[in-house]
Design a protein around this ligand. Structure first.
Ligand code: UDP
Length: 411
């Protein structure tokens, strides 16, 4: 188990004027009430993907409010992450089989965390996603309250895999899912619905002028005089990267100058990333207008921000998606989003008003063409989208929801 060092704590006061006053007051009040409750978040990785993204920002905000929030990641082998990616895919519905030996490896790694964390040190544990989920049965609850926080789309899970998890998920005092339809059948304790959120103060989300964004995007040899669309996601089959390339190719017939950026970070706990990256590069072929970029190309938060700000549209063509922070991130920058009509994406996009929900490659291509050819409408859509995100999907709201749950559990 590794203790994750986060950036310095940040005061809620910096969110004043961004979030509503009533939310501000509620967060202050709850924080004051719960300031002695010791909370530990446990997940698989401190870098890459949505969970790490959220915790990197939430822990400093909680600390700034005087809350006792810690964050730890499990120590695990690459073999373990190969297995947990299969488990992740299975929980999202893939037809995968986990052998008895693989389950044993999974359990051994969770058991290995025993001794690296003292359950008496905390009052509430938030355990994120499947990787560390069995820790509860290995360590024992020891009087603490335990919450399993599921970030993935478990609406139609592979039942054999779900059944393995249910054995110990039911030891938890509560669970959190992003949407009601994700709640696994067979969960006995109460399940809460809390949507994730983005941090408006993060480098990734702070305001960039169009000029600043353009300069940064140009640094990757993109021709900023021609249209650009981008998908920013882990390289993962559920994000349908090849489908995005197909949609781009169709749209390019109508808009010959069109460019596509496919940007993905290599998450420490996602062994599929490199494989899909290579497949995608091959699939893109020698089209010089497709840019396949990663964090290994010096493309970090500021540059992600620039692509989300500067693109004519952001695509998130997922076929399964727990939530999809990238959708909120783009709308926050007033860039309309073309999103797969799945999972948490429709809760963020108002179809036809702040972006489009698409069901296949052809629809995605059609909406790319529309947004590139109707820049004024696209701009208006982006503006509306920003206000939706401000109201619903900014970090203090997420913290408030978690604090309300903690309040309920420790009362
Ligand atoms: N991300 C990034 N660089 C990349 C690709 C993705 O920083 O090259 C970030 C993205 O901005 C978002 C997170 O990774 O904050 C992905 O979260 P999301 O909920 O969209 O998907 P997940 O990876 O959790 O499935």
């Amino acid at each position: 188990m590794n203790v994750v060092k986060v950036q310095a704590s940040i005061g809620l006061k910096y969110y004043k004027g961004v979030i509503d006053g009533s939310l501000f007051d509620e967060v202050v009040w709850l924080s004051e009430k719960l300031k002695d409750v010791r909370v530990c978040h446990i997940n698989a990785t401190s870098y890459g993907g949505g969970v790490a993204e959220i915790l990197q920002k939430e822990i400093p905000l909680a600390k700034g409010l005087g809350l006792k929030f810690d964050w730890k990641t499990i120590s695990a082998s690459p073999e373990f992450f190969d297995i947990t990616k299969k488990i992740h895919n299975g929980l999202q519905g893939a037809d995968v089989k986990i052998s008895a030996k693989e389950w044993q490896t999974y359990q051994n790694c969770n058991t290995d965390q025993v001794g690296r964390i003292n359950p008496n040190d905390y009052d509430v544990f938030f355990v994120h996603d499947p990787q560390p989920a069995e820790i509860i049965s290995c360590i024992g609850k020891n009087g603490a309250k335990w919450v399993w926080r599921c970030h993935i789309d478990t609406a139609k899970p592979n039942q054999a895999i779900a059944n393995y998890f249910l054995k110990f998920l039911n030891m938890y005092d509560a669970s959190i899912f992003t949407m009601r339809e994700y709640v696994l059948k067979g969960m006995e304790e109460e399940s809460f619905i809390i949507e994730p959120a983005i941090d408006p103060l993060a480098i990734k989300n702070r305001h960039l002028t169009r000029k600043e964004a353009e300069r940064l995007v140009r640094g990757f040899h993109v021709d900023t005089g021609r249209p650009l669309v981008a998908q920013i996601s882990r390289f993962d089959p559920w994000k349908d990267p090849m489908g995005v390339v197909d949609a781009y190719k169709i749209a390019k017939k109508k808009i010959p100058g069109l460019q596509l950026a496919m940007i993905g970070s290599m998450a420490d706990d996602d062994p599929e990333g490199m494989k899909i990256y290579r497949e995608l590069k091959k699939y893109a072929g020698n089209d010089k207008d497709i840019y396949v970029l990663t964090n290994h190309d010096a493309l970090h938060d500021l540059e992600v921000n620039a692509f989300q700000t500067f693109s004519d549209a952001i695509i998130q063509k997922s076929t399964r998606e727990g939530f999809g922070l990238t959708v909120s991130e783009a709308l926050w920058k007033e860039t309309p989003v073309i999103g797969g009509n799945v999972g948490g994406i429709p809760t963020q996009i108002r179809d036809g008003e702040t972006g489009f929900l698409v069901n296949n490659v052809e629809e995605c291509a059609e909406k790319i063409i529309y947004l590139v050819q109707n820049k004024d409408i696209a701009k208006e859509m982006g503006k509306l989208g920003k206000e939706d995100i401000r109201k619903n999907f900014l970090l203090p709201r997420l913290l408030r929801d978690e604090l309300k749950l903690i309040e309920k559990l420790v009362d």
